[in-house]
Design a protein around this ligand. Structure first.
Ligand SMILES: C[S@@+](CC[C@H](N)C(=O)[O-])C[C@H]1O[C@@H](n2cnc3c(N)ncnc32)[C@H](O)[C@@H]1O
Length: 264
């Protein structure tokens, strides 16, 4: 929990205006290795399950780790077909540099997907909607490009559900700061309603309790909290005591709920 990091949320809100995409790309890479991520990815893969020739789209694909993994899994399962990763150009440059051309990297925004109506068999977005101005616009676009009956999967964190240990009052103040780093701190619990309003039949909503591993803690909690101390929103001494409390043997390391919503 002592690891220091950079608040990567600003990059995810608008990577084109960030000084550098690199810290965010490193953050995404470290998240990929977390066991809790692998757990919901298994369910996600089972739901999307593209047959040979079907098109899969990853909206807000970031550094492309997941889209590249899907392309590799399809090749290994002898079910090849197009995998498309959509994000801002700067993020896609990082994705292409890391993963080459097994995925078609398509610059664009979730609010105006650069794809025709009814053209996609399986579409998903992961940890994207919590950053956008209007998630309903993005979900409407996802519904537009999906072929009738095609699969949709959305995975989002619900920051307001974060469980933090240590002194309760300080944890509450910290949570308020952390929730302020995303556009919507209740996105996980909102997915089913958004899909329904977009005309997608919700077939499952599974909550996942995710541990907050040190690199995530550094970027998602410690960095914004230190910024809040620097600009006077939080008391430095109180926060230092709280961080020390979390270092003590047996302290709770922190967790957050993510929700995987699957639709057809
Ligand atoms: C936390 S990252 C998640 C990346 C990837 N989905 C993953 O799970 O590793 C959020 C991503 O959403 C992208 N993003 C943010 N707003 C977007 C928008 N309006 N349209 C498309 N992508 C967007 C960011 O550029 C960033 O790559």
């Amino acid at each position: 929990m002592t690891e220091r990091g950079q608040d990567v949320h600003r990059v995810f809100h608008d990577v084109e205006r960030a000084a550098s995409a690199r810290p965010a790309v490193e953050f995404l890479r470290s998240v990929e290795a977390a066991p809790s991520v692998l757990a919901y990815r298994t369910q996600l893969a089972e739901h999307l399950a593209p047959a040979a020739g079907e098109t899969v789209v990853d909206v807000g694909c970031g550094a492309g780790h997941h889209a590249a993994a899907i392309a590799a899994a399809r090749a290994a399962a002898d079910a090849p077909g197009p995998v498309v990763g959509i994000d801002r150009p700067r993020m896609l440059a990082e994705a292409a540099a890391r993963h080459g051309d097994a995925v078609r990297w398509l610059p664009g925004a979730g609010e105006a997907l650069p794809l025709p109506d009814d053209s996609v068999d399986a579409v998903y977005a992961e940890r994207v909607l919590m950053y956008v101005d209007d998630a309903a616009d993005v979900v409407a676009e996802i519904a537009r490009v999906r072929r009738a009956g095609g699969r949709v999967a959305l995975f989002e964190l619900d920051y307001a559900s974060m469980v933090l240990g240590g002194d309760a009052k300080t944890a509450e103040a910290v949570l308020e700061v952390v929730c302020g780093t995303v556009r919507c701190d209740r996105m996980g619990r909102t997915l089913g309603r958004l899909l329904t309003e977009a005309g997608v039949l919700v077939v499952d909503q599974t909550p996942y309790a995710l541990a907050i591993p040190p690199p995530v803690w550094a970027s998602a909690v410690r960095a914004p909290v230190e910024e809040a101390v620097a600009d006077g929103r939080l008391d430095g001494e109180r926060v230092a005591d709280w961080f020390a409390e979390l270092e003590a043997p047996g302290a709770y390391p922190g967790s957050v709920t993510g929700v995987l919503a699957c639709g057809r």
